[in-house]
Design a protein around this ligand. Sequence first.
Ligand SMILES: NC(=O)C1=CN([C@@H]2O[C@H](COP(=O)(O)OP(=O)(O)OC[C@H]3O[C@@H](n4cnc5c(N)ncnc54)[C@H](O)[C@@H]3O)[C@@H](O)[C@H]2O)C=CC1
Ligand SMILES: O=C([O-])CC(=O)C(=O)O
Length: 329
Amino acid sequence: MTRTPVNVTVTGAAGQIGYALLFRIASGHLLGADVPVKLRLLEIPQGMKAAEGTAMELDDCAFPLLKGIDIFDDPNKGFEGANVALLVGARPRTKGMERGDLLSANGGIFKPQGAAINAHAADDIKVLVVGNPANTNALIAQAAAPDVPAERFTAMTRLDHNRAISQLAAKTGAAVSDIKRLTIWGNHSATQYPDIFHAEIAGKNAAEVVSDEQWLADTFIPTVAKRGAAIIEARGASSAASAANAAIDHVHTWVNGTAAGDWTSMGIPSDGSYGVPEGIISSFPVTTKDGKYEIVQGLDINEFSRARIDASVAELVEERDAVRELGLI
Ligand SMILES: NC(=O)C1=CN([C@@H]2O[C@H](COP(=O)(O)OP(=O)(O)OC[C@H]3O[C@@H](n4cnc5c(N)ncnc54)[C@H](O)[C@@H]3O)[C@@H](O)[C@H]2O)C=CC1
Ligand SMILES: O=C([O-])CC(=O)C(=O)O
């Protein structure tokens, strides 16, 4: 049976992450090796020519699953019929820019994109926001799309999740595939909290295996939370291939499900679980099945974790209040 292609819209398609992302979507890593895709690339006018170049290269790969590529600089067209939208293009912070300026500049991108998704995307649209500040940009887009179920707007903390697994594997000598149930809580920012108290390493409790609270507090958490800045310092440019990889993982897991006994981390609208105020887009431990996710319930949160979750959530509340003040939500 021939399957109908899935329409995948990627914004910021001519950027660094876009260049690392599009080829993997087209080769079947986003949705599955048997799922044909049509790509819809959305750029700003200055990015159109570079996006055309990337599209030429995509053609040159002769990917069997790639059933079409269209390029737009109008969000109303870019999101038409989209089943999956990866919102990567954003306004980076530049010198002298205050947080309010950054939120307001991104509001100018994510508000119209949310409205275009509301008006033109397919009924089953799933949105992943990668562009920073990802959680609050997702909130802005979601607020502009009142007809789309709120839970379809998610923000990427999978890169943080993968970074934390890798650091934990290096510390303990375990294989990354032996590490399960790790959680990133809160914001995709330096306040995020990577939590190993419920994680398992080859079936044993990770915090007990590590048994070194000082390493947790002084090395592990800051290394994971500040990894983006360390990459910028080393590479002279922000994480691109690892960010693209995490975006692929996020959507693949959302669509295809978490493995039995494991969970992942996603930035999602809070339902009030774990004392996180309803509505803000915060990272939680989630399981996924049949294209839907659920927050893992019933975890004991110790004092060490509580303080850190609360600090990151407080930052998200401040960001929400700031964009509310700016009339963006
Ligand atoms: N959530 C996460 O874990 C991570 C998020 N990021 C964020 O991802 C974003 C993109 O990163 P890069 O690809 O490295 O940046 P980049 O600057 O290389 O590319 C961004 C692209 O977006 C385009 N763009 C700007 N405004 C647009 C709009 N309104 N519509 C469509 N396209 C637009 C630009 O023309 C440019 O081609 C940044 O905000 C970065 O901070 C990066 C790494 C990890
Ligand atoms: O700060 C940035 O632009 C990059 C980023 O989010 C990360 O690598 O986690």
